[in-house]
Each structure stands twice: as structure tokens, then as C-alpha cells.
Design a protein around this ligand. Structure first.
Ligand code: KMH
Ligand code: ZN
Length: 275
């Protein structure tokens, strides 16, 4: 019996500018409207990066709290705040994201070259963020950008126990220049070695690896993350119109694989997030 499909939407990210991509949701109103459209299209979780009045990435706590409140009141989606932020965000600001009390937070398992930049995740920071998430009962989604991070996750779980809720959900972020390749063989290698404590995993392919990773994940029984954080074209040279367009495509691909999209309530149950 094929299992239900968790579709997460990552609508904004921290890397694309509004001027390059006017369809990117950067204001609270745009983000809420996008989230509603994506929920109607079959998404169950939203991975959130926010922007300031100039559309630049920010981890401003007041705005983060407002965003969590607005998404909670206007949607049923599981609200996941990014603790990755942008490559320029200080580690202290990234820890403070948990003060906004989201349902879930991203938690990257190691430092990664990120194009020409470095996405810093030193081990003591990873451990501190994890302990904070356990204490606050925020369910982490472990972001793995590279194969070595599979083993870092095992080390973390073996030494610091399970997250709040008792479930362990992983997202493979593939095809970042500097991380693992966005290919079926890299996906199989990562999934084969996931720690025994892992209860669910999804994958996303950056840029041109979006479709190969989506199809590989569905074939291997994984879930999907899609959105304009990860890809800005729907096919070669054709810009994405909206995040909902990407969610609809993921849902259609899932249906081909006889995977029905999870509702937000099913996702909460699967992820160990409080109802
Ligand atoms: N913006 C990237 C540097 C996350 O959200 O946790 C990090 C990122 C991962 O997007
Ligand atoms: Zn992100």
C-alpha cells in the first residue's frame, strides 16, 4: 500500500532577490496568500524565510513571531522556521529563531560550501540548537546537504537522544554547488545510510536537479520539498509563476506514484508535531 506523501513548500529562501524575481513572496501578505494557495494545492508544511521592508533576508524576532501567528491563523500548515537563514546571519541570531515558537525548525547537520559562500554549522552550534529545540519542544527537520552529514546526524541522535515528539524527519537538500549531487545515485547513497532512528525523509533538488531528485525520491518512498527557495524555472528557460504551481506539479507526480498528499493533520502526526 503506497504511503501518503508529505509535500513541503519552501516559498522564499534567502538567496533570490525580489528585483530579480517579482513573483517571490517577500511580504507577510504575499507569504500568507502563497501559503494558503499551496495548502489548497496539497502542501502540508511550509518552510519559512522572511524578509524586511527592503525585501532583504532578516531574522528579526518581532517579524518572525508575527509570521508564525499569521500563518497559524490563516492556514493549518505545519509552520517550520528556517534556522539556516542566510549565509551572512550570525549563529546567535539563528539560535534566537526558536524564541518565535514555531512548530518545526530546520537544523542543518554541518558546514557546507554554498556556491562561493560558506554555510556555517559548526558542531557545537548544531548541538546547542538541537538541545534548545528539545527543550522548547520544537520539532527539527534535519537538513542534510552532504553525505558526511548523514553520519553527523547519527552522531547527534546517538549522543543526544530523540527530538520532541519522538519522530526523526530528514530533508536531503541536493544539488547545492559544494554539497552532494542532485542525482538518483547520491539520493540512494544517503538514504541507504540514514540512522535507524529516522522515521521519515524528504528530498529537494536545487535548480536543474529538481526533477531528477523529485522522481528519485518518489521511487525510493521519500517525501518532497518544492518551492521557489530551490528552483525558479518550471522547465528550461521558463520562469516559475508561483509556488503553488510547483506544489501542483509535485502532487501530480505523487499521484502518478499512487501517493496521496498528506493533510496538515496527517503531517503533524507523522512528524511528531503538537496538534
Ligand atoms: N539559506 C541557506 C544558507 C535552512 O533554511 O535551514 C540555508 C538554508 C537552510 O536555507
Ligand atoms: Zn531554507
Amino acid at each position: 500500500m503506497p504511503s501518503p506523501l508529505l509535500v513541503t513548500v519552501a516559498p522564499t529562501g534567502a538567496e533570490t532577490s525580489k528585483s530579480d524575481c517579482p513573483a517571490l513572496p517577500t511580504t507577510l501578505e504575499e507569504l500568507v496568500a502563497t501559503a494558503q494557495e499551496c495548502e489548497a494545492a496539497g502542501a502540508a508544511m511550509v518552510h519559512v524565510h522572511i524578509r524586511d521592508d527592503d525585501h532583504a533576508p532578516t531574522l528579526d524576532l518581532v517579524r518572525l513571531k508575527e509570521t508564525v501567528a499569521a500563518l497559524r491563523s490563516e492556514t493549518d500548515l505545519v509552520v517550520q522556521l528556517s534556522t539556516g537563514g542566510s549565509v551572512h546571519d550570525p549563529l546567535e541570531d539563528r539560535l534566537r529563531v526558536l524564541d518565535a515558537e514555531p512548530d518545526s525548525c530546520s537544523l542543518t547537520m554541518g558546514t557546507t560550501n554554498f556556491g562561493d559562500d560558506v554555510f556555517m554549522n559548526p558542531w557545537p552550534f548544531v548541538v546547542e540548537l538541537y538541545r534548545l529545540a528539545q527543550e522548547r519542544e520544537v520539532v527539527p527537520e534535519f537538513e542534510l546537504f552532504d553525505l558526511g552529514q548523514v553520519h553527523a546526524l547519527r552522531r547527534l541522535l546517538d549522543t543526544h537522544g530523540l527530538p520532541a515528539g519522538g519522530k526523526v524527519h530528514v530533508d536531503l537538500v541536493m544539488g547545492v554547488p559544494g554539497g552532494m549531487d542532485g542525482t538518483a545515485s547520491a539520493l540512494v547513497a544517503a538514504v541507504r545510510d540514514l540512522p535507524a532512528q529516522v522515521t521519515s525523509w524528504s528530498a529537494t533538488g536545487i535548480g536543474r536537479s529538481t526533477l531528477p531528485v523529485m522522481l528519485a525520491s518518489l521511487s525510493a518512498g521519500g517525501h518532497l520539498r518544492v518551492g521557489m527557495e530551490d528552483v525558479l524555472t518550471i522547465s528550461r528557460g521558463v520562469p516559475v509563476e508561483s509556488n503553488a504551481q510547483l506544489v501542483r506539479r509535485a502532487v501530480a507526480a505523487g499521484e502518478l506514484a499512487q501517493r496521496t498528499p498528506m493533510t496538515p493533520a496527517q503531517a503533524r502526526d507523522a512528524l511528531g508535531v503538537r496538534p
